[in-house]
Design a protein around this ligand. Structure first.
Ligand code: COS
Length: 378
């Protein structure tokens, strides 16, 4: 059982401790799932997490606010048991993040379905020519009678191919660059929308390139104000970046647990590996990184929940540190497993692949450094 003492930190309330304990129990009974068919696995996970009630933490219903500490605790706990379960939960949150923060009552009807596990959502921002550089978005939304026509290409879209709806960003042209983008709610069965390619990655999950050929979306599909899409995307990422840090934290905690188990049972020259001071040094560094990551992640989540209007710097620090530290912790855990560490089917080998994308998606580590530097330079 992973160290749960952090739950006594002042960032948390009793309802958070209850959530962490109930979810941990659920995970022990239901995870990991078979990853053989990732589409089927993700659909099953969304349905199961919805039925168990945990997906309600992925979005905010009318009159509610997102609770970022609950989002983070849920991701941390799921990621400690099964990274694909974390992915399934996380995408319901990120996909609907714009609706949770800015949605109209009509748009929130979709949110009720994603929070119940009855619909799957996706966040479609990245394009072949703009990953980090969101202001360079090329997909266009042309104004037509009664709505908009969207044309372009989106890539590396998680849940692409299995999603029921996408929150998509396109250029509406009010101004050049960041000031001319808007966000839209796009059902997956919209005529003109096709899946151009399914993408295989290091730790498999549903991922695709989308093509849009004059996809019509009605006026009601616009989220927030036209021209405000860049700031809307950044506001969503401010909330969800600490949750990426939380997922990394869950993976790092699991790696530390695996390393503790391994080094206390594996013997070398008549003594457990954990009796060697060099091994203890690694374990100490790993535990230190786990606690430092947890402090940054829950500081960011707590600040947002306490009503901070923007947590851009705290979110960037949490994501940057927790994902980089988790990679180091997992690498050290793998090393302590010797040859077994690189065998398929051994947990640390799986974690080694699972963690890698977290240093890239929702703003690569160097983008987070840019964000932090800009904030301290004023
Ligand atoms: N919240 C609200 N507003 C924000 C904001 C935030 N977090 N960050 C920037 N803005 C505002 C700025 O204040 C600025 O407003 P004004 O025009 O009124 O002055 C506007 O948005 C443009 O900001 P900026 O000039 O900083 O934009 P850049 O084009 O330089 O982009 C980075 C900044 C690189 C930080 C941004 O594009 C980014 O985060 N990229 C990574 C994207 C990403 O995470 N992709 C992954 C996709 S999801 S898997």
């Amino acid at each position: 059982m992973a160290d749960q003492s952090f739950l006594n930190w002042p960032f948390f309330e009793d309802r958070h401790r209850e959530l962490a304990s109930a979810l941990d129990e659920w995970c022990a009974a239901h995870l990991p799932v078979d990853h053989g068919d990732v589409d089927a696995a993700c659909k099953g996970l969304v349905a199961a997490l919805g039925a168990a009630g945990f997906l309600r933490h992925s979005g905010a219903a009318e009159g509610e606010r997102l609770d970022v500490r609950s989002l983070c605790l849920t991701r941390e706990t799921l990621a400690r048991h099964d990274a694909l379960a974390d992915f399934a939960f996380a995408m319901q949150g990120l996909g609907m993040g714009a609706i949770s923060l800015f949605g109209t009552p009509g748009q929130r009807e979709w949110l009720e379905r994603t929070r119940a596990g009855e619909a799957i959502s996706a966040f479609a921002l990245t394009e072949p020519g703009s990953g980090s550089d969101v202001a360079n978005t090329a997909t266009t939304a042309e104004r037509v009678v009664g709505g908009w026509r969207l044309t372009g290409e989106k890539t590396y879209i998680s849940n692409g191919g299995i999603a029921d709806l996408y929150v998509i960003f396109a250029r509406t042209g009010e101004a050049p660059g960041a000031r001319g983008l808007s966000a839209f709610l796009m059902p997956a069965d919209s005529p003109g929308l096709t899946i151009a390619e399914r993408i295989e990655v290091i730790a498999p999950h549903p991922l695709a390139t989308l093509k849009l050929d004059k996809v019509f979306l009605p006026d009601e599909a616009l989220i927030g104000e036209s021209g405000a899409g860049f700031k809307l995307a950044m506001s969503v990422l401010d909330v969800f970046r600490p949750t990426v840090g939380a997922a990394a934290l869950g993976m790092a905690r699991r790696a530390l647990d695996e390393a503790l188990e391994r080094t206390q049972t594996r013997r070398i020259q008549g003594q457990p590996l954990s009796d060697l001071q060099l091994v203890q040094g690694h374990l100490a560094d790993m535990a230190l990184k786990v606690d430092a990551a947890a402090l940054l992640v829950y500081r960011a989540a707590w600040a947002k929940d306490m009503g901070a209007p923007r947590i851009t710097r705290e979110a960037a620090m949490a994501k940057l540190y927790a994902t980089e530290a988790a990679q180091e912790v997992i690498d050290a855990a793998l090393q302590l497993h010797g040859g077994d560490g690189v065998r398929h089917g051994v947990k640390v080998e799986e974690l080694y692949r699972d963690i890698r994308a977290l240093r890239i998606y929702e703003g690569a580590s160097d983008v987070q450094r840019v964000v932090i530097a800009r904030s301290i330079l004023g």
